[in-house]
Write a protein that binds this ligand. Structure first.
Ligand code: FES
Length: 124
């Protein structure tokens, strides 16, 4: 069902776990399947994402898209990270089966919730 690239990332996911001393956390559930994703980030005073990691109870597509999305936002500003779409992540993975597209939305949503959390903390 999955292409080779997705399987490769699923077998060797990067950025899994929790960032130490994170100052942004986002947890979201997938309405379609009920799976859960959490992203933690450490963002510096210039609003640059220094590190990001994810944990998920989702399927192979969720693991592959989260790993890829997390890698794509490290080193970016929060404004740039907010522009990342699940479509870009799916393109990076050279496609997902249509019934698995909903899984790729988890990472995008978790990133938004985490950045929201960061901004709330920052603005007190
Ligand atoms: Fe739930 Fe993929 S089936 S995240």
């Amino acid at each position: 069902m999955y292409n080779e690239k997705v399987m490769e990332v699923f077998r060797n996911p990067q950025h899994m776990g929790e960032v130490e001393n994170y100052n942004a956390i986002g947890t979201v559930g997938n309405e379609t399947c009920g799976d859960i994703m959490q992203i933690t980030m450490r963002i510096n005073e210039d609003d640059i994402i220094e590190d990001a990691k994810f944990k998920t109870f989702g399927c192979a597509a969720a693991v592959a898209t989260s790993s890829t999305a997390t890698g794509m936002i490290i080193g970016k500003s929060v404004d740039e990270a907010l522009k990342l779409t699940n479509k870009e992540v799916v393109t990076e993975l050279e496609g997902l089966p249509p019934q698995k597209i909903h899984c790729s939305v988890l990472a995008e949503d978790a990133i938004r919730v985490a950045i929201d959390d960061y901004r709330k903390r920052k603005n007190g």
